[in-house]
Design a protein around this ligand. Structure first.
Ligand SMILES: Nc1ncnc2c1ncn2[C@@H]1O[C@H](COP(=O)(O)OP(=O)(O)OP(=O)(O)O)[C@@H](O)[C@H]1O
Length: 233
């Protein structure tokens, strides 16, 4: 990784869900370099979503330090963390989390409402949203459709466009291809990578699906990142 500062870094991070002594994360050292495409593989229940929640700051570490784009997220108040997340991280959820009755266009520009910094990077939000839709292979008339009326594969592209708009430095994707067949997965990933490249965004994806590995710069197993065996209740 040389002297380039990582976009994401976890050092000596520990987390345990309250009342869940049987599960814990312990991450001695994990980092992602700018523009890397990293796939984090792990079985169901291995803690992938917990790790992403820690990185996004929706749950807070018991000990250790997580930095995103150079900022220690524990140093921020809850409100600052929400703003910081909206500014710095584009999220693609497993279930996409689109507003089903809002238009595709309104879904895509939604993150810009929460952060002036990200909004400032998009002089013409509606035009940018339309361009992202086109580049991600959505039909032209899809932008005005209600998001909930689209197919699963199309909704996934809308979720990707929403994550990419305003070029956040870090894109985090939680099993975004689990509902798709292999050919559609590959197409989606190559479109996502091309758009992430254009935005200069780093991509961290978690999945249980080892078949995705060939598409990524680096593939890591959850068991190499976290050492749950060392935890005590
Ligand atoms: N909100 C929560 N409260 C308490 N325990 C939780 C919570 N969320 C997750 N856990 C527990 O943390 C452990 C890891 O779950 P997590 O969802 O992080 O794994 P995962 O690898 O993302 O699984 P999957 O691939 O099935 O989504 C599990 O034992 C789970 O029950």
């Amino acid at each position: 990784m040389g002297s380039i500062a990582p976009i994401l870094s976890l050092k000596d991070v520990r987390y345990q869900w309250p009342g869940r002594a049987s599960f814990g994360l312990e991450v001695p050292d994990f980092s992602v370099a700018p523009a890397e495409r990293v796939l984090l593989l792990g079985e169901s229940g291995s803690g992938k979503s917990t790790l992403l929640s820690l990185i996004c700051g929706t749950i807070t570490v018991k000990s250790g330090v997580i930095t995103v784009a150079g900022t220690d997220i524990a140093s921020l108040s809850a409100g600052q963390r929400d703003r910081f997340r909206a500014e710095q991280i584009g999220l693609i959820f497993q279930q996409f989390n689109l507003l089903p009755y809002a238009s595709v266009l309104d879904n895509i520009i939604l993150p810009l409402r929460f952060t002036r910094l990200r909004r400032a990077r998009v002089p013409a939000p509606r035009e940018t949203a339309k361009a992202l839709c086109m580049n991600l292979g959505l039909p032209k008339n899809a932008v005005s459709a209600q998001a909930g009326t689209l197919s699963v594969g199309q909704q996934q592209r809308v979720a990707a466009a929403r994550a990419l708009i305003g070029a956040p430095p870090l894109i985090i994707a939680d099993e975004p291809t689990s509902a798709l067949d292999a050919a559609t997965q590959a197409t989606f990933l190559s479109l996502l990578f091309a758009q992430a490249d254009e935005a200069g965004s780093t991509l961290l994806m978690v999945s249980h699906d080892a078949r995705l590995a060939e598409h990524f710069d680096r593939v890591i197993q959850m068991s190499d990142v976290s050492e749950p065996a060392r935890l005590t209740a």
